[in-house]
Design a protein around this ligand. Sequence first.
Ligand SMILES: Nc1nc2c(ncn2[C@@H]2O[C@H](COP(=O)(O)OP(=O)(O)OP(=O)(O)O)[C@@H](O)[C@H]2O)c(=O)[nH]1
Ligand SMILES: [Mg+2]
Length: 363
Amino acid sequence: MLRTALIGFPSTGKTALFQLMTSAHGAPRAAHGRTDVTLGVARVPDPRLDVLTAMYRPRKRVPAMVEFADIPGRPSGSGAGSLLDVAAYRNADALVHVVRAFEDPAVPHAAGSIDPLRDARAMEDELILADLAVAEKRLDRLAKDLKKARTAELEGEQAVLAACRARLERGTALRDLELPDDDRRRLRGFQFLSAKPLLLVLNADERDLAQGLDRLPERYGLAGPGTGPRTRAVAVCAKIELEVAQLDEADAAAFLADLGLKASGLDRVIRASYDLLGYVSFFTVGEDECRAWSVPRGTPAQAAAGEIHTDLSRGFIRAEVVAFDRLAGRGSMAACRDHGEVRLEGKDYPVADGDVITVRFAT
Ligand SMILES: Nc1nc2c(ncn2[C@@H]2O[C@H](COP(=O)(O)OP(=O)(O)OP(=O)(O)O)[C@@H](O)[C@H]2O)c(=O)[nH]1
Ligand SMILES: [Mg+2]
């Protein structure tokens, strides 16, 4: 399951967004050993799963899921330590920075005024400072160890960490750093925050709805040229959309249309996250269960099978694959077979978005 953590200064709407994303799916729970970290799960909306469910009428319908961790914000300049002691940030596949754009005299802004670009940059600086603290600490330790014994591995680690430190000292995040696989492996354990893909969620003012939310991140300078490949920005209006989410489906759709929104906040945030991370969905079907799964684009069939169950990966023989569009078009797996549209693929086959997969495996 894809794991994300909400990051942001106080009173930006993190908890409101968390509720918007996760309210449809069970009660949130406290993270292990922390009372200030709340974990919740969002179901990934996917109309294709509805089509498959209508076709198979399974006992269970299981959407793909994304975990969100909600953590109270601390004011800008709280120091690197304030980010470093939250494991949910370090364990996340992506960070979601909730940036406040809504005005509300009843909800004071920690920095005294509304300025999304300033806040986005301030958070970037916090991430960079937190990483710098980690890199420096490890480099000090390495210098001592290398005096005792020089090994190629330690020297390699020192070289790549020094490159990271130089970059961080220039005020640049590690997100877009291109590295050979060896160096990537050396850095993995540090879980650098500024290396994680970053989704900026602009929490818009109600008045912004009139002009539409699509272009809002760009208008604030949070999207467009100059923002790196591993960042995305999307705008929501958490408070209003939370109210809409409490309506039944038909009313909610009508209300969203009234507001000029093409999709719900949940939809837009999830889609932006998938796009950011390069995730694709594949499906497993049957009378027992129809289910959506998410894997990074290009994941080989054998590894994708491992998402379902480790036995399926271990005993993997072949994957029977049919594209969702074909299956939906023909109306049944049998018809797809008759037309030769069910392919047999080996363990290295890169799973494509919309693949409906049956894993053949030996126990
Ligand atoms: N007007 C308006 N108010 C909002 C919006 N989103 C959140 N709020 C309000 O702002 C206040 C703070 O929102 P929260 O979601 O609790 O903010 P937070 O980021 O979780 O705050 P911390 O956990 O303290 O860091 C609450 O009173 C919300 O109702 C919004 O889009 N518009
Ligand atoms: Mg909160």
